[in-house]
Design a protein around this ligand. Structure first.
Ligand code: CTP
Length: 403
């Protein structure tokens, strides 16, 4: 295979398949080695000869088609990214469920590179609970969706379901591939929420899912960094969605996270501390379950402060290292900004990403708004979008600040 970076363009059986030709041409022009893998049904829309002619590579639709050619494992291994244009409802369902009954779904199942999906379908199909669930599952596993957008559909109806503009799909592929930038760099990310044990069955914890930190870890890894994730009580399925090379260190409590952070940090260029760390821990751990006392009107817990890991790292860092943290605040956006800027001045980190949290915002799978400030509390960036989009922007900003 060639020295150029390889991209697999999957083509689903939708009317929008012809638009994939524009994406393929743009990628070929940008000197990528493009392998088009159409589903067998999509050949009714655009035939093999067209794909071969514009990509300059052979076209396979079934795993048994290459006789002496390239197999699905080789395509999956060599691909720097897979982009599916258009991703039909059927394809999304098959990818979600790991069904591998043609070349494209085999390649996707075997690959460990970024997966970009540009859906196109009728609004009713896009909004059907079955598709919604599949999209959610794929997003949770790290797939990146480009569109669909609202507009005229092939049925003549108008609504959400139109393929995103080809330029947007092309730009998104380039943004995912703006890699190499992090090649050889070591990055530590903390994520999740610590739990401070009270007794063998109880703990003091918080509502952080770890999704944001996991997204940040994924973006760093996709861009070539060697990533160590300090994971505090994150759902195993979320961790399983990370690219293979990410080292996951279980750090369930503030104490364990601090120890791991101090051990790993000297070998890192960057630390992004996104975990929600308990500020207090019980003074005594009861080795037996704490029993309820009948008729007791009050129950008090004695707590002591935990060490501030972020501030410790900021104190220890060398000039070629960068330490970033988060300020999770509640209240109006103005209050959140003010509290976050004060926190930035206190912590001594190079960057603080201020975000609003509460029962409705910040935690879980929802839109996020983040303001980045430097150690003096001066604004250096504002981002918003879903957690994947914001994580990408965070990684870019960290890169700019590291130079
Ligand atoms: N953090 C930390 N160690 C702690 C507490 C927080 O490293 N013991 C880090 C978090 O990972 C985050 C940043 O400090 O990057 C800010 O966390 P946050 O909970 O917003 O602030 P606190 O310092 O805990 O202050 P407060 O709870 O009073 O807002």
């Amino acid at each position: 295979m060639s020295q150029r970076r390889q991209i697999v363009v999957g083509v689903g059986a939708g009317i929008a398949a012809y638009k994939a030709t524009h994406v393929v041409r743009a990628l070929v022009k940008a000197n990528f080695d493009v392998w088009v893998v159409p589903t067998p049904a999509s050949l009714k829309m655009i035939g093999e000869v067209t794909w071969q002619a514009i990509s300059g590579n052979p076209v396979y639709t079934q795993v048994d088609s290459p006789v002496s050619g390239v197999g699905h494992i080789e395509l999956a291994r060599e691909a720097s990214a897979i982009v599916v244009v258009p991703a039909t409802a059927d394809l999304l369902a098959r990818i979600t469920h790991g069904i591998a009954n043609d070349m494209l779904t085999n390649v996707i199942l075997a690959a460990d590179c970024p997966l970009l999906l540009a859906p196109a379908m009728h609004t009713n199909m896009w909004e059907n609970p079955a598709t919604r669930k599949n999209v959610q599952t794929l997003q949770a596993r790290g797939a990146r969706f480009i569109g669909p957008v609202a507009g005229e559909l092939s049925s003549g109806d108008r609504g959400l379901g139109r393929l995103a503009p080809e330029e947007d799909i092309y730009a998104e592929v380039l943004s995912v591939l703006s890699t190499g930038k992090w090649q050889g760099k070591k990055v530590m990310v903390s994520a999740g929420g610590t739990r401070e044990p009270l007794d063998p069955v109880r703990f003091l914890g918080n509502r952080s899912s770890g999704r944001f930190g996991v997204e940040i870890a994924r973006q760093f890894a996709w861009q070539g960094a060697q990533v160590t994730l300090l994971a505090a009580n994150i759902e195993p399925t979320l961790l399983e969605s990370l690219p293979g090379g990410v080292e996951v260190v279980a750090t369930p409590s503030a104490g364990k996270m601090r120890q791991a952070a101090l051990d790993y940090f000297p070998h890192m260029q960057v630390a992004v501390m996104a975990a929600a760390v308990a500020d207090y821990q019980p003074v005594d751990f009861q080795s037996e379950k704490i029993k309820k006392v009948p008729n007791q009107q009050e129950f008090s817990l004695r707590l002591r402060p935990t060490a501030d890991i972020l501030a410790d790292l900021a104190r220890k860092k060398h000039s070629d290292q960068l330490v970033a943290g988060f300020a999770a605040e509640t209240g109006s956006w103005e209050q959140v900004l003010q509290l976050g800027k004060e926190k930035a001045r206190r912590k001594g980190a190079d960057i603080i990403f201020i975000n609003q949290v509460g029962t409705e915002t910040g935690f879980g799978d929802i839109a996020t708004r983040v303001c980045a400030v430097d150690g003096e509390g001066s604004e250096i960036g504002q981002f918003s979008g879903n957690k994947t989009q914001v994580a990408t922007q965070i990684v870019t900003l960290v890169r700019q600040q590291l130079q």
